[in-house]
Design a protein around this ligand. Structure first.
Ligand code: SF4
Length: 115
């Protein structure tokens, strides 16, 4: 999947679905299921790609009331989405989670994967 596709917000499910139609996997199909249930489904996608700390908090507040925070976060982690707020986590938080998972699996022979 290209990086550009990963920068789409889960609030624009139709666009994501259309863009990835040619490379859709079963995981992508599952993603569209939770995306449609997201608390952000009726919110301007720009909210989830803020340019300041205040904007991040606004997006995270919406995520706090979302029923699909877990799948959303794991999707962003699995696809190494670098921009925006996903699953209630900022870009910095997601980088930290990935770093912690790598550290936790280092030397164990295990591989960190998204659930
Ligand atoms: S966790 Fe946040 S970004 Fe993800 S679907 Fe829910 S409201 Fe949208």
């Amino acid at each position: 999947m290209s990086t550009q596709l990963l920068e789409f917000s889960p609030t624009i499910e139709g666009t994501i679905t259309d863009e990835v139609a040619g490379i859709t996997s079963s995981a992508e199909g599952a993603a569209s299921t939770w995306m449609s249930r997201g608390a952000c489904s009726q919110t301007n996608p720009d909210v989830f790609f803020p340019h300041n700390g205040v904007g991040v908090e606004v997006a995270k507040a919406i995520c706090a009331g979302c029923r699909v925070t877990g799948p959303c976060l794991e999707y962003a982690l699995a696809h190494r989405i670098e921009h925006g707020v996903w699953g209630g986590c900022s870009e910095r938080q997601r980088r930290r989670i990935l770093r912690d998972r790598r550290a936790a699996t280092r030397g164990t022979g295990l591989v960190a994967v998204a659930a």
